[in-house]
Design a protein around this ligand. Structure first.
Ligand SMILES: Cc1cc2nc3c(=O)[nH]c(=O)nc-3n(C[C@H](O)[C@H](O)[C@H](O)COP(=O)(O)OP(=O)(O)OC[C@H]3O[C@@H](n4cnc5c(N)ncnc54)[C@H](O)[C@@H]3O)c2cc1C
Length: 503
């Protein structure tokens, strides 16, 4: 049994949703595109799971956060996939709408969403994927968007982490579990293991749900991969003011259950009883299907500036892709939503319009929102750090300067204009001669650099990954073309339907 598609997206997360939208913008033909996802729901904005999804009241629920609402674009509901392929040429003639409806109804004009389906093996040479249900799906072009999985404590030799009420957070099923366990733990104690953004965001949600939180992590401060000690201490003080306790520089050894049925976390100075535990200790990219078949680097699938892997029929995007970061001249794998969205769009552009698509030119961007706080970071946290702003107030930040140039910027509590300014300034990598002067100018430096760039803009550059599609004027001959096209589509649908039934 099998099906064949021109384009297959393997994985149904953030990158898949943005790739699908881009495919339709660039005129993918009816029935050409298929998305296969292990998850039972259409692609959604994963960051919502640790934020709005865990709120005690008016929590976000699907379909409200399907992609691509996170980038203020269309919300791609399951219905959208069923119906959505550009039909402007056909719809200019009213009676052809009937044909369109017929075809959409039979899923000939849509995008095939194969949900709740795990791909268990891939044969790169034969260009096929084998699902856990035993179906073979073949492709001409494959986009790997398998993302990553949450690391488990067992992988670090911690026993007992399969105990009840020990939660992880990567997908909707995990978020539902946390929401359920939280409900039964109100007024109780939670331990959050890990001080990265999953740990920080979950800790905030637990507090909002009236659960006492202790955070445990091995590093000297929270968000150790990004924050400086000074930035971290601002957030730790804020969390402390909300009642969160920190146990830093500590690795737990195992879990146990005490006589009252509570989880006991062992290995710390005092054993810590908890009603629930949330673990956020990092992720591992889902590359296993392609190990030994594609070139891997930095834990991900190595791709070129067109997001194309060592096999020219296969592209990789999002968390699983290790791509050349032009601005810093090295291969990186990022684990952030903005890069998933933009790499997906760029790959589709490279596939559909290869001649018009250049190299992926990406400025790393990530953000987090916790309690009433909100920060954004652009670029690279390498080199010397210059802090600026009022660390006892609401707006402050840091610049990173490497080899005499601004390479990274962080800002808490900024306005839209200020965030845009730090993004712009970082992308321009201006020369920095005097760190003390940079500190004195603070946010004003980024604002001035970005204003200057607006006043004397560089020659227009076409953003290859912007997804802009030129509107074409409609002329009478389009009507004739529409009739011919409609007849062809109907004939194709009839032929394709028969062919699919044969497989
Ligand atoms: C709770 C949470 C909060 C986050 N918050 C932020 C944030 O605030 N800011 C930020 O910048 N980033 C955030 N991120 C990171 C961001 O969500 C990821 O970078 C992004 O989701 C990556 O997109 P992706 O499409 O590569 O992978 P994913 O969105 O993880 O999608 C991968 C998909 O592939 C499927 N899949 C994997 N293997 C198979 C297989 N063999 N067969 C079929 N399907 C398969 C998975 O089930 C999944 O649906 C957050 C992540 C999480 C988990």
């Amino acid at each position: 049994m099998g099906r064949a598609f021109v384009y297959v997206i393997l994985g149904g997360g953030v990158a898949a949703g943005y790739a699908a939208l881009e495919f339709t913008k660039r005129g993918v033909a009816p029935g050409e595109l298929c998305i296969i996802s292990q998850e039972p729901v259409a692609p959604y904005e994963r960051p919502a799971l640790s934020k709005g999804y865990l709120l005690p009241e008016s929590a976000a629920r699907l379909p409200s956060f399907h992609t691509c609402v996170g980038a203020n674009e269309e919300r791609l509901t399951p219905k959208w996939y069923k119906e959505h392929v550009k039909s402007s040429y056909l719809s200019i003639i009213p009676f052809l709408n009937l044909i369109i409806h017929f075809l959409k109804w039979h899923n000939f004009l849509g995008i095939e969403l194969v949900l709740g389906t795990r791909v268990k093996s891939a044969d790169v040479r034969r260009q096929t994927l084998l699902t856990a249900a035993g179906e073979t799906i073949s492709y001409k072009i494959l986009i790997v968007a398998t993302g990553a999985r949450a690391l488990k404590l067992e992988e670090f030799g911690v026993s007992g982490s399969d105990a009840e009420n020990v939660c992880y957070l990567r997908d909707l099923a995990d978020a539902n579990r946390i929401a359920d366990v939280m409900q039964s733990s109100v007024g109780g104690n939670a331990v959050v293991i890990g001080g990265g953004y999953i740990g920080m965001e979950c800790a905030a949600s637990l507090v909002i749900n009236k659960i006492n939180v202790t955070m445990v992590f091995p590093e000297a401060h929270c968000m150790a991969r990004l924050f400086t000690p000074k930035i971290a201490s601002y957030y730790e003080d804020y969390y402390t003011s909300k009642g969160v306790k920190f146990i830093k520089g500590t690795v737990l050894s195992s879990f146990d259950i005490d006589s009252s049925g509570k989880l006991l976390i062992l290995g710390m100075e005092v054993d810590c009883p908890a009603d629930m535990v949330v673990v956020g200790i990092g992720i591992r990219p889902n590359t296993s299907l392609f190990e030994g078949q594609l070139t891997l680097e930095k834990g991900g699938i190595k791709v070129n500036g067109r997001l194309q892997s060592s096999n020219s029929s296969i592209y990789a995007v999002g968390d699983v892709a290790a791509f050349p970061l032009k601005i810093f001249g090295e291969i990186r794998r990022l684990e952030h939503v903005d890069s998933a969205r933009k790499s997906a769009r760029h790959a589709v552009s490279a596939i559909m319009e290869p001649d018009k698509t250049g190299e992926f030119n990406y400025l790393p961007f990530f953000y987090s929102r916790i309690f009433a706080l909100s920060w954004q970071f652009y670029g690279d946290n390498a080199g010397e750090v210059v802090h600026y702003g009022d660390f006892s107030g609401n707006t402050f930040g840091a610049y990173w300067v490497s080899k005499g140039h601004l390479v990274g910027s962080f800002l808490e509590g900024g306005t839209k204009e200020e965030y845009e300014a730090i993004a712009k300034a970082t992308s321009l990598k201006p020369a920095i001669e005097d760190l003390a002067e940079l500190e004195r100018q603070g946010l004003g430096f980024a604002l001035a650099v970005s204003r200057e760039a607006v006043q004397s803009p560089p020659p227009a550059v076409v953003n290859q990954s912007s997804g802009l599609v030129l509107e074409r004027a409609l002329y009478p001959w389009h009507a004739t073309a529409g009739v011919i096209l409609a007849a062809s589509v109907a004939a194709f649908a009839y032929w394709y339907g028969r062919r699919r039934r044969r497989w």
